[in-house]
Structures are given as structure tokens and as C-alpha cells.
Design a protein around this ligand. Structure first.
Ligand code: UDP
Length: 465
């Protein structure tokens, strides 16, 4: 047997590690050895939840390198993290590869890097290792990144990514209209953070995409034909859902509270509002309160993920009497087995921040959305849901910037009373899930990708066993 050894490196975010772990497991289940690299901080969190994962393969080893932040630094400060990572990690990665390569029959033959770790492409090039980019976001997001030069040439943005024109941009037909003020790097924090994100994440991502021998994306041709037509180099291999191939999802930063599945079993079919905002979203006390009261006002059963941790709504204490009033109609958990939740027949609606993974998971399970984007590419994803696929509605903020309890009640009622959203969602689900069937587009692209990974090592010596 030949020695294939793929180094997979993930951006240290929940929405990156989970799908890249799926990619890594696809590789190991095809007999390829994988070294999965992430940062030390994330590695620790992964290891805490690791015991719950029962089907990982001996072919995968987990390793970490430092991210350049100090132990007490806020790792949710993306701009700072991007800066420190791109300063320190290249030399650390190079050293890691050198050390691995010293071992017999262990040489790294290919690197699969997260599109947010653009600097990896320089390391790969320097060390003459074949490289692929993996996009855990939409193809539209990657198309936007790959169109930056055109946006500069057309003076839509300046050299720091700051919008110069306030007119909607559509990169190609069937892609969402984009408001330059909502370009992903513009929705990160203040203007300083946006500039850092543009220069570190976006420009490096563009460079990496151009340098990559292959680009794979957790999306489906049927979902984003315009983006894939615009950049045929981007190959859809999604939706990457653990349930398609593996018994359990891997790569969680928090322990999943499975009691919510038993609670879901007790609820009527398509009755439950599932409320989850991924791993970054933070609400202030006011907004949290409105959301809590809005859910109460709907009179429907709801399952709400209220994340525990260092930030976000975690310090919040529910207002007096709230938990008693909602009783068993409301189930709050700190982290849910989301793919299983969305696959449960009781779930009728998903109030979501529209992270791309959540979007793909909702779509793959035919669950209509109420969209509440928080930052980065989530506005673009919400636009796919509301304007292109028409599988959900947006939750609008009032003049004070709050999504009120009445808005939540109104939109929940509209979504549940109008069948069209569910019908559209089922239609999109059918097309999307077709793509991962054997021999169909995403399945074929994934097989071709694995073949390509293997081919790179055709001339390697066979190992003894
Ligand atoms: N997720 C989960 N349990 C939760 C909330 C989220 O397993 O209670 C998973 C979800 O299934 C998705 C990932 O966390 O795979 C979040 O990724 P996404 O891109 O949606 O959002 P991000 O966290 O990157 O903002």
C-alpha cells in the first residue's frame, strides 16, 4: 500500500473544525493517513469532548500549534487572532511538517487548508507540497473573495476593502445581491477590525485560492449554480453532514446535551421552534430578554440553545418567573446535537444566525428558517434563504436595533401558517440531497478529490505492510 499522509489544517472556529473533521474522516475512511492540525487552545477544547466520539479512525492524529495569542487574550477577537496567527503559525507549521517528514514512510504528501488560513499556501509552496483549499462557507463567499480584484478595479471598494459605492453588487445570475456595506469583512466589528480582516483573511484567502491545486467547498451545485459557474475551479462536495457517512459528528467544542432529543420525542410533528445562533453570537441583556419573551409569546414549544462559556448570553439570568411560566414548553440547553435536532420530525422552524453550516444543516433536513444574521457571511447566507431559495423569512430590527418580541411572534406565525416555505424547503432539500447520492455531483467531486490526493503520491515507495 502507498503512503498517503494528508495534513488538514482548520481555522480555530467551531463552524470550521466540524466540516473539516468530516473531510478528514472521508480521507481516513479511504485509507489515507491524516494529521489534523489546529491551534493549542482549540485542541484542548476538542480533547475535552473527544471521549464522546466513538468512530474516529486510527489513521487520524490530532496535533496543535500555538496561535500567537496570550493565554488570557480574547480569541473571539477575530481581527487580532488573524493577525497573530499569520505572524506565528507559518514557521510553526513548517517545523511541524519537517518533524513529521523525518519519520520513515510518514511524509506529508498533501495539505488541505481552511480557506481562512490563507498563509498555509505559502508554506505549502515553499515546501513543494500539493495543496487544496477547503471552504466551509458558501461558494458565493469564496466567489466574492476571488472577485476582490474586480471590485478594486471597478472601484466598488478601496485597497482596504472599504466600500466606495453604495449600490448592490451581483457577481452572477442566481447569486444573491450584495450590499457592499455588508461584505463579509465589513460585518466583523469596527472599521479597524474590518481593514485587518480584509488584509489578512480576504487577501490571503484570495491568494490561497489562486495557488490551490484544488478547491473544495461544503455546498451543492444545485444550491449555488451561479457561483460555481463563475468559478468552475470551486468544486462542491457538500452537504458534508456526518450523518451521511458516520454515526456521529466529530469536532465539537462543547458537550452536546442529548436530553433535548428525548424532549423532542414528546412534541407533535413539525411543531417545535429550534433556536440556535452557532458559536459566536452574543446578545446584550435587552435583546436576550426580547427573544425570551418572543418565544414565550408564540405559544409554541421551543428548543433554545443558550451557550455556556466566556461570552454571550451566558451570564444572563432569565427574568423572574420566566422558566416557571414556559415550563416544559421550553427546553433550554447549552449545546445541542444540532444535526440530530434538525433531523427530528418535531422541528418545524429554525431561528438561526445563518452560519453556513447551520444553513446547510437546515436545508438538508427541510426545515424553514427565520433568519437573524449576526456577522460576517451570515447576511449573504440569509439572502440565499430569503431571496433566492425562498425557504424562510428575515427577522427585522426596529429603530433601536432590537428584534422585538412582537416581530418574533409575527414571523413565527407567518412561517407556520404559510405552507410555501416548507414546500420550497422540501424542494431544495430534495435537490440538495440528490447531489450527495452515489455518482451525483458532490459525491463524484469528493471521489475525484480523494483520487487526486492519492495520485500525488503515485511514485512514493510502497510501505512494508
Ligand atoms: N452546533 C451544534 N450545536 C449547537 C449549535 C451549533 O452542534 O447547539 C453546530 C452546528 O451544527 C454547526 C456548527 O455548530 O455545524 C456551527 O457552525 P455555523 O457555521 O452554523 O456557525 P458558527 O458557529 O461558525 O457561527
Amino acid at each position: 500500500m502507498k503512503n498517503y499522509h494528508v495534513l488538514v489544517i482548520a481555522y480555530p472556529g467551531q463552524g470550521h473544525v466540524i466540516p473539516l473533521m468530516d473531510v478528514a474522516r472521508c480521507l481516513t475512511s479511504n485509507g489515507l493517513k491524516v494529521t489534523f492540525v489546529t491551534t493549542e487552545a482549540i485542541h484542548k477544547r476538542l480533547m475535552c469532548a473527544w471521549s464522546e466520539i466513538d468512530d474516529t479512525n486510527d489513521l487520524m492524529q490530532m496535533v496543535s500549534i500555538p496561535d500567537g495569542m496570550q493565554p488570557r487574550d480574547d480569541r473571539d477577537d477575530m481581527a487580532k487572532l488573524f493577525q497573530t496567527m499569520s505572524q506565528l503559525m507559518p514557521s510553526k507549521l513548517e517545523k511541524l511538517i519537517e518533524d513529521i517528514n523525518k519519520a520513515n514512510n510518514e511524509k506529508i504528501t498533501c495539505i488541505v487548508a481552511d480557506y481562512c488560513m490563507g498563509w498555509v499556501s505559502r508554506v505549502a509552496k515553499k515546501m513543494s507540497i500539493r495543496q487544496a483549499t477547503f471552504c466551509s462557507g458558501s461558494a458565493a463567499l469564496l466567489a466574492l473573495i476571488m472577485s476582490v480584484q474586480k471590485l478594486l478595479d471597478d472601484q466598488v471598494i478601496d485597497r482596504d476593502g472599504v466600500p466606495l459605492k453604495y449600490q448592490m453588487v451581483q457577481l452572477s445570475k442566481s447569486m444573491p445581491l450584495m450590499d457592499p456595506a455588508k461584505f463579509t469583512w465589513e460585518c466583523i466589528g469596527d472599521s479597524k477590525a474590518s481593514k485587518i480582516m480584509f488584509n489578512h483573511a480576504i487577501l490571503q484567502g484570495k491568494e490561497a485560492a489562486e495557488a490551490a491545486d484544488r478547491i473544495i467547498c461544503n455546498s451543492a451545485m444545485e444550491l449555488e449554480p451561479g457561483a460555481f459557474a463563475l468559478f468552475p475551479k470551486i468544486l462542491p462536495i457538500g452537504p458534508l453532514l456526518a450523518s451521511n457517512k458516520f454515526r456521529k459528528q466529530a469536532g465539537h467544542f462543547w458537550s452536546e446535551d442529548a436530553t433535548c432529543l428525548e424532549w423532542l420525542d414528546q412534541q407533535p410533528v413539525s411543531s417545535v421552534i429550534y433556536v440556535a445562533f452557532g458559536s459566536y453570537t452574543i446578545f446584550d441583556k435587552n435583546q436576550f430578554e426580547e427573544l425570551a419573551l418572543g418565544l414565550e409569546l408564540t405559544n409554541k414549544p421551543f428548543l433554545w440553545v443558550v451557550r455556556l462559556g466566556t461570552s454571550g448570553s451566558t451570564e444572563y439570568v432569565y427574568s423572574s418567573g420566566y422558566v416557571e411560566r414556559v415550563g416544559t414548553r421550553g427546553k433550554m440547553v447549552s449545546w445541542a446535537p444540532q444535526q440530530d435536532v434538525l433531523n427530528h420530525p418535531s422541528v418545524g422552524c429554525f431561528i438561526s444566525h445563518c452560519g453556513w453550516n447551520s444553513t446547510m444543516e437546515g436545508v438538508s433536513n427541510g426545515v424553514p428558517f427565520l433568519c437573524w444574521p449576526y456577522f460576517a457571511d451570515q447576511f449573504l447566507n440569509a439572502s440565499y434563504i430569503c431571496d433566492i431559495w425562498k425557504t424562510g423569512l428575515g427577522l427585522n430590527k426596529d429603530d433601536t436595533g432590537i428584534v422585538t418580541r412582537l416581530e418574533i411572534k409575527r414571523k413565527v406565525e407567518e412561517l407556520f401558517s404559510n405552507d410555501i416555505f416548507k414546500q420550497n424547503e422540501l424542494h431544495v432539500k430534495e435537490k440538495t440531497m440528490d447531489s450527495v447520492r452515489e455518482g451525483y455531483s458532490s459525491d463524484k467531486n469528493l471521489s475525484d478529490f480523494i483520487d487526486w490526493v492519492k495520485k500525488g503520491n503515485e511514485n512514493a515507495p510502497a510501505s512494508e505492510n
